[in-house]
Design a protein around this ligand. Structure first.
Ligand code: GSH
Length: 278
C-alpha cells in the first residue's frame, strides 16, 4: 500500500465515460485508493435534459464534464451525496483525464508509477498518447449507418494501424520485454487507451456493422496489450459488462436506435401532457 500522504482526493466521474475510467484506473494503479473517495455524477445528453448534478456544475466543473479531481489538504471525509462534500477554500480542482492521471502518478514522488520520469520513456508514452488521440471512435459510432459510417470506420482502422506502428516501435525497444507499450512496464500509454477499447469493442460491434475493435490480425500488439491489461486489478475493479454500455447507448445516446426514438417520443408526450395540465 502507498505511504501516507498529507492530502486526500474526491474523484467525480461516470461509469459510462472512458475519460472517467482512465482516472478510476489510475487511482488503483497508483495505490492511492485509500486516499480517494468517488462520486458517480450524472451526464448531460440524457434524452433532452442532462442529469448531471447542479451541485457539481456550480461547485466543481462549470464546463459540465467529467472526470474532475478535487484535492483536499485535510484527511478524507466519506460522504454519500455530492451535496455533502465540503469544498475547502484552498481546494484544488483538476480537470482533464490525462492531467488527473499524471497528477496521481506524481504523488508518490519516486519514479512515477504510470508516467515515467526518464525522458526517453516519457517521450514514448507521449508519442503513443498523441497517436491514439486521433482515434475517431465516437464519430464512427454516431455516423449515419451506411456509407457515412463506413468512411468513418476506415479512418478508425487507419488510426489504429498508425497507432500500432508507434506502439510496436516502443515495445520492441523495451528493456524488459512484455505486452505493454514499455514492455513489462504498464504505463499511461496503455491505461489511457484501455477504456476506449473496452467500450467501443461492444458499441461498434453492436452499432457499426460488427466492426472489430480488437483485431488481432490488423493491430496485434494493441490487441495483446488490451488482453494483458484486462487481467489487472485496475481493469477488473472498474470494467462494466458489455450490456451496460450497449443499453445506455440504445436507450439514451445512439441517434438511430428504435429504443431511443421511442424514449424521446414518450418523453415529449409526457412534457406535452404536463404542459396541458397546467
Ligand atoms: N478531455 C476531457 C473529456 C471529458 C469528456 O468528454 N467527458 C464526457 C463524458 S465521457 C462528458 O462529461 N460530457 C459532458 C456530458 O455528457 O454532459 C478529458 O479527457 O477528461
Amino acid at each position: 500500500m502507498a505511504a501516507p500522504i498529507p492530502q486526500s482526493f474526491h474523484l467525480f466521474g461516470h461509469a459510462l465515460c472512458p475519460f472517467s475510467n482512465r482516472a478510476t484506473m489510475a487511482v488503483i494503479e497508483t495505490g492511492l485508493s485509500p486516499f480517494v473517495t468517488y462520486t458517480h455524477t450524472g451526464l448531460g445528453g440524457w434524452l433532452h435534459k442532462g442529469d448531471m448534478s447542479a451541485w457539481y456544475i456550480a461547485n466543481i466543473n462549470p464546463g459540465e464534464f467529467v472526470p474532475a479531481l478535487l484535492e483536499h489538504s485535510s484527511p478524507l471525509v466519506k460522504v454519500k451525496k455530492p451535496e455533502e462534500i465540503r469544498v475547502p477554500k484552498d481546494g484544488r480542482v483538476i480537470l482533464e483525464s490525462l492531467d488527473i492521471c499524471k497528477y496521481l502518478s506524481s504523488i508518490q514522488q519516486q519514479d512515477q508509477v504510470l508516467y515515467p520520469v526518464d525522458p526517453e520513456l516519457r517521450a514514448q508514452v507521449d508519442a503513443f498518447l498523441k497517436a491514439t488521440d486521433d482515434l475517431n471512435f465516437y464519430t464512427s459510432l454516431s455516423a449515419k449507418p451506411g456509407e457515412e459510417q463506413q468512411k468513418e470506420l476506415e479512418k478508425t482502422s487507419a488510426a489504429l494501424i498508425a497507432a500500432e506502428a508507434v506502439f510496436a516501435k516502443s515495445n520492441a525497444a523495451a528493456a524488459v520485454p512484455g505486452p505493454f507499450l514499455l514492455g513489462a512496464r504498464y504505463s499511461l500509454g496503455d491505461l489511457a487507451l484501455v477504456p476506449f477499447l473496452e467500450r467501443f469493442r461492444s458499441l461498434l460491434g453492436k452499432f457499426a456493422d460488427g466492426f472489430v475493435v480488437l483485431d488481432e490480425k490488423r493491430w496485434p500488439k494493441i490487441t495483446a496489450m488490451f488482453a494483458a491489461a484486462t487481467t489487472r486489478p485496475s481493469y477488473l475493479a472498474t470494467a462494466q459488462p458489455a450490456s451496460y454500455y450497449i443499453e445506455y447507448y440504445d436507450h439514451a445516446l445512439y441517434p438511430y436506435s428504435e429504443a431511443r426514438l421511442a424514449a424521446i417520443a414518450a418523453y415529449e408526450a409526457a412534457e406535452a401532457a404536463a404542459a396541458a395540465a397546467k
